[in-house]
Ligand binder design. Structure first.
Ligand code: SF4
Length: 296
């Protein structure tokens, strides 16, 4: 597996607790990387051939001093750097400039979450402040906007944001799927969002878990190097990815003869439910508790 991007979940903690969050971010959540761990991760990422690092969460600006030091270190090492944030900190344009100035020249993408889950408007005041300040400072920005359940994704919102349809996994499977239209489970015969064979980028959580999709682990970087995890990864023999590749979440259900309802909101909804049912059998591959709605 050739890896180009590593998305580092600096923390599972978030100041918000959005219904659509598929990593169950919350103020009550636990698990945060130390700077020493991040430095080790960056060295391993370099060794594995990674060129692009994203810092996300949870909300990475909750640990601002560590985020800033990590960005400086990653920039020194030559990585292209992005950050995903809900911009809670951008209470005015002037203040947002103060938060962002130390990142100038190092961050090439500030992706700001802004939608009805995070704010009362599609482009809330704090995200707007962050966007304006970033523009003045020359930091490229983007907006991540997730549609409400049942809304079709739109091509753009005021030319600023691409709106994505909600994916019914994580907290969205619990909170949002109830009201969604449902479709027969057998029809979910492929994974619509992830390249499980050659993903190009993976997520790394504060416990060292390397996720090919959030909650599906292919190794632990605190136990084995990222390079070795990538070299040893065989999608077809992975007990979860193998069935998903052969026939999507429906094949995962059939492979392990799992209980299931007659219909689900989308492929991720069935996948998430099936995986939750398999956690006792594959505790190291379907982990950690945080990704399945339990406090860590
Ligand atoms: S179907 Fe499963 S593996 Fe694919 S994106 Fe959805 S949750 Fe992830």
């Amino acid at each position: 597996m050739k890896l180009e991007g590593l998305h580092i979940l600096l923390t599972y903690q978030c100041n918000y607790e959005c219904d659509h969050c598929f990593v169950w971010g919350s103020p009550r959540q636990t698990g945060t990387l130390t700077l020493g761990q991040i430095e080790d991760i960056l060295r391993q990422a370099k060794d594995a051939g990674v060129t692009s690092i994203y810092f996300e969460g949870g909300e990475p600006f909750l640990y601002y001093a560590i985020l800033k030091a990590a960005v400086h270190k990653a920039a020194e090492m030559g990585f292209s750097i992005g950050i995903v944030s809900n911009a809670y900190w951008a209470t005015s344009v002037a203040d947002a400039e103060e938060w962002l100035r130390p990142l100038v020249g190092r961050v090439s993408d500030l992706a700001v979450s802004s939608d009805l889950y995070h704010c009362e408007k599609c482009l809330g005041e704090n995200p707007q402040n962050a966007m304006v300040a970033a523009k003045w400072l020359g930091i490229p920005t983007g907006v991540i906007t997730v549609a409400q359940p049942e809304e079709k994704s739109k091509e753009s919102y005021d030319q600023l944001a691409e709106e994505s349809a909600v994916m019914y996994r994580g907290r969205a499977a619990e909170k949002l799927s109830i009201a969604a239209s449902k479709y027969p489970w057998e029809g979910f015969d492929s994974c619509p969002h992830e390249d499980l064979r050659e993903p190009g980028r993976v997520h790394l959580d504060p416990l060292g878990n390397v996720h090919i999709c959030q909650g599906i682990v292919i190794g632990n970087l605190f136990e084995k190097s990222l390079k070795q995890i990538c070299e040893e990864y065989d999608a077809d023999t992975h007990p979860i990815c193998g069935p998903l590749l052969s026939g999507g979440p429906a094949a995962l259900v059939m492979e392990y003869n799992l209980p299931h309802a007659s219909s689900y909101a989308d492929a991720c909804h069935l996948c998430y439910r099936a995986r939750d049912n398999l956690r006792l059998r594959f505790p190291n591959l379907l982990a950690p508790n945080q990704m399945y709605g339990a406090l860590g």
